[in-house]
Design a protein around this ligand. Structure first.
Ligand SMILES: NC(=O)c1ccc[n+]([C@@H]2O[C@H](COP(=O)([O-])OP(=O)(O)OC[C@H]3O[C@@H](n4cnc5c(N)ncnc54)[C@H](O)[C@@H]3O)[C@@H](O)[C@H]2O)c1
Length: 430
């Protein structure tokens, strides 16, 4: 039995989860996800043999989901001591948190719906384990270490970062000379953002909105703010369900791309009066604001799939509806602004995690394979890296894609020696 097999007996490490009694259900769901994660599984098998992370203490701040549980098992199989806190107060799956503690002996500090103070207390509990490697989704753990526990920064060899928003924050830190250790931007692996942000978020955002609202998408006017990897995925899925999709962008190239992909391109002001459903995916703040809420139709629905709950100006929305806010369904709050009812899904937090289960495991298989291989890479190379943000080495990206293709049973066409020589040479012309 490897250290990652369920022990059945609570190892009861320091933890703070909602209910350890949920562990059996969590274990069932973790094992279900595992079946869809062949790449991570093969890495776990290799890690168990080679133990590349022996002696490493990993502090992780990730969404506590079934897929993350399988990443934690992989890191543990590699020899790491891992501690996990949630990277969002609403995304924790309490049964998974319980199973990680009770079945795998992993200290988890996460409760679904935790308040801000608890969220930061949990991050501090992870920091208390003195990580030598940080694994973040949104840069909150890195920020905490740098801003409030600066003495610990030098204990950290390196870090990894999962999402676009976190990478932006890390680059800002590096530009200020404030980043105290190297970080690998896992988000920048092609086998991450091309698939996770686009197909994973596209599908799971639709899933979250449908679970929460049971809305018929066909025939509806859907506004997607932001046409990055996430926005492209959401727009494609909404159009696939028969929605009329309009995109709002601030970047001219992305706006043009959206137009040529067949969508309308509108300003926020134009979109406000037109849309039935608004989805933000910009990584920016206050994308829809007071003046837009005032212009929206009665019954409009808003959801956010960007990392932070700052994309909709919720302060303004609450002020506009003061005293007239009610829960109308699970995960749907209704704001009555002078007789007009606006609906907000999952409190404006990541809708795919707040109202559904996050990305399907088959997509997280690749993102988390990158995480596991990036962890191995920084343990091998961290000492020679500078204090800046690095992309994922191409060899890791290619390896993840190769393993995923193999899992699909797809064979890759090799180049002939003649072709390899041709594309490598600058001497060939017409
Ligand atoms: N929900 C999830 O599970 C999930 C998964 C991956 C990424 N994310 C998050 O989603 C967000 C977007 O990620 P991405 O990879 O698509 O990023 P991206 O940088 O590729 O795209 C963001 C797009 O938003 C546009 N934008 C910025 N401000 C805008 C504004 N005010 N109005 C309209 N458009 C604006 C940008 O021009 C850009 O094209 C990030 O916060 C990221 O962390 C969430």
């Amino acid at each position: 039995m490897t250290t990652t097999e369920p022990t059945g007996a609570p190892a009861a490490p320091g933890h703070d989860v909602t209910d350890l009694g949920l562990a059996a259900e969590g274990l069932r769901r973790i094992e279900w996800a595992e079946r869809e994660m062949p790449v991570l599984r093969s890495i776990r098998e290799r890690f168990s043999r080679e133990r590349p992370l022996d002696g490493v203490r990993i502090g992780a701040c990730l969404h506590v989901t079934t897929e993350t549980a399988n990443l934690m098992r992989t890191l543990q199989a590699g020899g790491a001591a891992v501690a996990l806190a949630a990277s969002n107060p609403l995304s924790t799956q309490d049964d998974v948190a319980a199973a990680l503690v009770a079945e795998f002996g992993i200290p988890v500090h996460a409760r679904r719906g935790e308040d801000r103070d608890t969220y930061y207390r949990h991050l501090n509990s992870v920091a208390d384990t003195h990580p030598t490697l940080t694994m973040d989704d949104g840069c909150d753990l890195v920020s905490l270490l740098h801003q409030e526990r600066a003495g610990q920064v030098e204990e950290v060899l390196a870090g990894t970062e999962e999402t676009t928003t976190g990478v932006i924050r890390l680059r800002a830190m590096a530009a200020d000379g404030a980043l105290g250790y190297p970080v690998i931007a896992v988000n920048e692996a092609q086998t991450k953002h091309l698939f996770d942000n686009r197909y994973g978020t596209g599908q799971s955002t639709l899933d979250g909105i449908l679970r929460a609202t049971n809305l018929l998408i066909a025939g509806r006017n859907i506004v997607v703010a932001g046409y990055g990897w996430v926005g492209r995925g959401i727009a494609a899925r909404m159009a696939g369900h028969g929605g009329h999709v309009a995109v709002v962008e601030v970047d001219p190239v992305r706006a043009l791309e959206a137009l040529m992909d067949g969508y309308q391109v509108l300003t926020h002001t134009q979109a406000a009066a037109w849309g039935d459903l608004f989805i933000t995916a910009t990584g920016n703040v206050n994308v829809f604001r007071r003046e837009h809420f005032a212009a929206m139709k009665d019954g409009a629905i808003m959801a956010n799939s960007g990392h932070f709950d700052a994309e909709l100006d919720l302060v303004a929305l609450r002020e506009m509806a003061e005293g007239h806010i009610r829960e109308v369904r699970d995960n749907v709050q209704q704001f009555d602004i002078g007789g007009k009812r606006l609906n907000l899904v999952a409190e404006g937090r990541l809708v795919n995690l707040g109202a559904a289960e996050g990305h399907p495991a088959a997509v997280m298989d690749m993102s988390f394979a990158n995480q596991a291989l990036a962890a191995e890479y920084v343990v091998q190379h961290g000492a020679s890296l500078e204090k800046r943000v690095y992309g994922v080495p191409e060899a890791i990206d290619a390896e993840v894609a190769r393993l995923k293709l193999a899992a699909f049973g797809v064979e890759l066409e090799p180049m002939t020696p003649e072709q390899a020589a041709y594309v490598a040479s600058w001497r060939h012309g017409t």
